[in-house]
Design a protein around this ligand. Sequence first.
Ligand SMILES: [Zn+2]
Length: 225
Amino acid sequence: MIYLQKSLPAPESLAKEQIKKSGKYDSEDVLTRLHADFKNKCYICELHQPTIIQTEHFVPHKGDVNLKFDWNNLFFSCGHCNHTKGSKNEYNNILNCTVIEDGVDSRIAHRVDSFPQFEARFEIVNTDVKVTNTVALLNAVYNGKTFRQKLEASNLRAALEKELEEFEQLTSAYLSKDNSVISLKDICNIIIKHLRSDKGGFTAFKRWIIRDNPVLNQEFGAFCR
Ligand SMILES: [Zn+2]
């Protein structure tokens, strides 16, 4: 999870739909803005270009019309994460990735283990109840609880593994100064794009690969925010 700035003002359809008996909170203008603001990435798992896009209520509306149509409460999510989070009370009070002060990716270390099997690991850097709840949600998303969720989580981890492999090819080439395929300048530019959140998914994991290596952190640490 990384910080993503929500654009303002709210899409026009929301106020119009709110006063209807069965108004829609996911009209075209809302989806277009969410798609752009969230860089076409699920805000929870950070999967890029999900094939099932859902408009997630950050705080479950449970019939509250104000929460249902509040632009600040509408987030871009994949189907897997939306179903996993649901309206469960344990995930109500989590870090908000659209609030810069919440510092989502710096307060939770996003790491992976490759052996004995590929797994995502979330470590609390700076603890409070929101951080703990967010880690619980991330663990549920990346591991699954029901059988269906476990299958979905396995697909998600496979996508994460593939994308991190590609990213680590770039960082390895940078560290070994291997410019046999593309120039070092181009390698640096591609790494920076990945860290700036507008290229590919799983940005928080990539930023932690940088933070965890002193040489990479010195060169690219400034782009991890
Ligand atoms: Zn997701």
